[in-house]
Design a protein around this ligand. Structure first.
Ligand SMILES: NC(=O)c1ccc[n+]([C@@H]2O[C@H](COP(=O)([O-])OP(=O)(O)OC[C@H]3O[C@@H](n4cnc5c(N)ncnc54)[C@H](O)[C@@H]3O)[C@@H](O)[C@H]2O)c1
Ligand SMILES: [Zn+2]
Ligand SMILES: [Zn+2]
Length: 348
């Protein structure tokens, strides 16, 4: 089979590799019908994730069809259409049983294994361990082009942004960063009855997208950001400020937008320490949340997509075939220049 193989920083190739096969009784093999690229894949290619070593097949998001099942599999059969999520789970360890497969102990303390600790989904076929507890059947009425965004970005914006932020009816919400993850928070904040959803970004195309995805207001980031958002919230600041970029300055922006009693939900992956103005924050009764996505909201999100409440397909702006995967990475890496959000990659 063919797959996208990592060979060290800035070195990857679409090449022939040994076929994916069942190794353990709890495995299945999935033929990939559609996959996508995540910002994390770009971090890996910069050499930022040392656990990913030469020879690893990249990718942690896929929709596909089961072609082989291990002897212990009872919930799935050959021919089933399934979603392969970014987070796998054994279903039995301390963290899986408390709904936190992001820290699955059986999988080595981290639920993110594809394209990280084992071979990933940017391939014609992928081996899926603990398939009974990790895969999701895709209901009728949900297309591949919708389901693929439920593997990672939609649950991330929803779980680590909207749910962790505790969005409630009537709340005002600011989302700092309108990439796929921030836009996923925008798409799902309305489900909890937010009265205002304010998207903040420097990229005009993404701000337009945010309005299309249900934001009530779009603010172009600049020296007046805090004043602009405060003016939109009767001078009070927002109830929930979601950080979806991952820089110290954007977390500080989120912190300065939140009103007393509110919540700052940090979604961004940070690479450096952040100095928070605790001398101002302690007296404001604010909550700061953070975490790695668990993807346990996928069944809910699948129902909302099937019911027409979440237009997940709008995330995909560019399509490529597997043999164009290098081009797909170039477009995703230079998203602003290409007016790109998420790219989808299919066999042909
Ligand atoms: N916590 C988790 O489990 C988890 C999972 C997936 C991704 N993430 C993280 O979420 C973050 C967002 O992911 P993404 O895929 O949407 O990334 P992205 O790069 O596509 O989007 C980030 C957006 O932030 C905007 N931005 C940059 N600087 C800004 C600033 N100063 N003010 C306002 N906006 C600014 C960019 O224009 C871009 O639109 C990343 O840090 C990613 O690593 C976290
Ligand atoms: Zn990802
Ligand atoms: Zn587990």
């Amino acid at each position: 089979m063919k797959a996208l193989v990592y060979h060290g920083p800035n070195d990857k190739a679409w090449e022939t590799v040994p076929d994916a096969a069942v190794q353990d009784p709890t495995d299945v093999v999935v033929e990939v019908d559609i996959t996508t690229i995540c910002g994390t894949d770009l971090h890996i290619l910069q050499g930022d994730v040392p656990a990913v070593t030469d020879g690893r097949i990249l990718g942690h998001e896929a929709v596909g069809t089961i072609t082989e099942v291990g002897s212990a599999i009872s919930g799935f059969s050959v021919g089933d259409r399934v979603l392969v999520p970014a987070i796998s789970r054994c279903g039995r360890c301390e963290y899986c049983t408390r709904g936190m497969p992001s820290h699955c102990q059986t999988l080595g303390g981290i639920g993110w294994i594809f394209g990280h600790l084992i071979d990933g989904t940017q391939a014609e076929y992928v081996r899926v361990p603990y398939a009974d507890t990790s895969l999701y059947a895709i209901p009728e009425g949900v297309s591949d082009e919708q389901a693929i965004f439920l593997a990672d970005s939609l649950p991330t914006g929803y779980e680590v942004g909207v749910l962790a932020g505790g969005v409630r009816p009537g709340n005002t919400v600011a989302v700092v960063g309108a990439g796929a993850v921030g836009l996923s928070a925008v798409l799902t904040a309305g489900l909890w009855g937010a009265s205002k959803v304010i998207a903040i970004d420097s990229n005009k195309f993404r701000l337009e997208k945010a309005l299309e995805f249900g934001a009530t207001d779009a603010v172009e980031v600049g020296p007046g950001t805090v004043g602009d958002v405060t003016a939109l919230t009767d001078g009070l600041g927002v109830d929930v400020a979601i950080e979806a970029v991952g820089y110290p300055e954007t977390l500080l922006t989120a912190a300065s937008l939140v009103r007393p009693g509110g919540t700052i939900a940090n979604v961004g992956v940070h690479g450096t320490p952040v100095e928070l103005p605790m001398q101002d924050m302690w007296i404001s009764n604010v909550t700061l949340t953070m975490g790695l996505v668990d993807t346990v909201s996928i069944p809910t999100l699948l129902k909302m997509v099937a019911g027409g409440r979440i237009p997940a397909e709008k995330m995909g702006t560019h399509s490529f075939t597997f043999d164009q995967i290098g081009e797909a990475y170039d477009v995703f890496k230079n998203a602003a220049a290409h007016q790109a959000l998420k790219v989808v990659i299919t066999p042909s």
